[in-house]
Design a protein around this ligand. Structure first.
Ligand code: MN
Length: 250
């Protein structure tokens, strides 16, 4: 499997993704035509995936597919922490809305939570061309605009010949960076449905999907997450912390 990975780029887009899955058994999207968009901003998603091992799937839109990495420990807002990110097969854009369960015994069997979503751009500008070049170089500096992921991040490829490409995911030192906040431990709910992994596994909320109750639930879950990220920022300046506290007590 690992040795095939390198040649997959030359095959049809998503060939590896499709070859690994039986779409008569899994609810994952089969992936339609690959259509590259020029922006203005490209999309990203992070999916928390409890398969044989828990990991976070970090996906960046590029040239009509989602470039994908499995990050065992998930992202960290601490710039001194380097998180291993193993590159995996490109996923279809339709995967961005996928949350649910993959049957046991199927590839990736387990529970998938949509943990974050948003847009991203190259940190230094230059659009898709700059991103493509940076990806190929193995030094991808990006700015993320998500609900949980904000500010500058970098993916750096390590040299490990013969194996599946391994990268490191590292937070940039910016106004969002902090060592006092463990985003993965703090944020345990879906950005899409507000559900926990257990609730997704039990297929809770499915019958409520077209119901208002889901919206209310989503809102109440999102709010603390937004506060947290503001709290992170305020850690930088005590003045803004005071301001924040006043705002929050209102
Ligand atoms: Mn996965």
């Amino acid at each position: 499997m690992a040795t095939r990975k390198r040649s997959s780029a030359k095959r049809a887009p998503l060939a590896e993704y499709k070859a690994k899955r039986d779409f008569s058994k899994t609810d994952e999207p089969a992936g339609g035509a690959v259509r590259a968009r020029k922006g203005p901003r490209l999309r990203f998603v992070i999916q928390k995936h409890a398969a044989s091992h828990l990991h976070f799937d970090f996906r960046l839109e590029l040239d009509g597919v989602m470039k994908s990495w499995a990050v065992p420990k998930g992202p960290s807002y601490d710039p001194s922490v380097k998180r291993l990110a193993m590159e995996v097969e490109d996923h279809p854009i339709e995967y961005n809305t996928f949350e649910g369960t993959i049957p046991k015994g199927e590839y990736g069997g387990g529970t998938v939570m949509l943990w974050d979503r948003g847009t991203y751009e190259p940190e230094e500008g230059g659009g898709v061309d700059a991103l493509r070049e940076a990806y190929e170089k193995g030094d991808l500096k990006i700015r993320m605009h998500g609900e949980r992921m904000q500010g500058g991040w970098v993916l750096v490829r390590m040299r490990r010949p013969g194996a599946r490409a391994q990268w490191l995911l590292i937070k940039h030192r910016d106004e969002f960076a902090t060592s006092k906040f463990d985003i993965v431990a703090e944020v345990m709910t879906s950005v899409k449905s507000g559900r926990t992994m257990e609730e997704i596994a039990e297929r809770k909320g499915r019958v409520w999907r077209s119901n208002r109750a889901t919206d209310a639930e989503t809102k109440t879950v999102r709010k603390p997450a937004a506060k947290k990220s503001k709290a992170k920022r305020s850690a930088v300046s005590s003045r803004s912390t005071q301001r924040k506290r006043r705002t929050q007590s209102r």
